[in-house]
Design a protein around this ligand. Sequence first.
Ligand code: MG
Length: 276
Amino acid sequence: MEKLVITVAPTGSVPRKKDSPHVPMTPDEIAETAYLSEQAGASIIHVHCRDENERPTSRFEIFKETVDKIRKRTNLIVMTSTSGIAGTTDADRAAPLKSKPEMGSLTTGTLNFAGRTPSVVYVNSVETIQYLAKAMLDLRIKPEIEAFDVGFIQQGRKLIDLGLVKEPAHFQLVMGVDGGVPATPDNLLHLRNQLPPTATYVVAGMSRMQLPMTTMAILLGGHVRVGLEDNLYLKKGVLARNEELVARARHLAEDLQREVATPDEARKIMGLSAVA
Ligand code: MG
């Protein structure tokens, strides 16, 4: 089996310091988490940034400072978010890509974040999706096609057909968001079976489903994403640090006799050229 690529998603758009003091918010905090996560076995970091009030932001200056600080301290593959929670216009959402990450996230559909009060509609029109895909293509940034449900995969495949995403493509299967596909073994197999044959994929399980979905992905030959963006706890009542979640994924893989990729090995697996 291919070596396992572990992505750490340390911050996200939702958790605040009051939810967990371990969520990194500032560029320095995120760079420190990146360093500790690389030591623990991560090879990709999925970056969201926050403003002075911990609110999600797509401000270029903040992303640039964060990406530069991560690069100074680690060899991790940097993937920036193009989330519509942080930025509203298409240009806003593309701004973090100018910080020159190797990868960028690309959500290929609209969904309800039904578990929030009030609920949030995460809007990704076809035009927005194509705009962001084109921006990444022009900047030679590899997209991670983010699928919250089955139809998102088919929309990702359309981008390949249109020439907006190059093959082999890379997908993220987000399991267990309230409003998206539930995190069950059957659903994971079904999603995986919809992928193009040459695609790589990473599985992100939400909350308490992070551990079982991580385990399944390791066994299936997929890759895994862990971190406080998706799950704040190591186990019931015990808050996690990002690097602890990475270390747990690594130990699981090693126990199951699957080797863990270094960042440079992950670049080969993801089809990225070496960083200059
Ligand atoms: Mg994200």
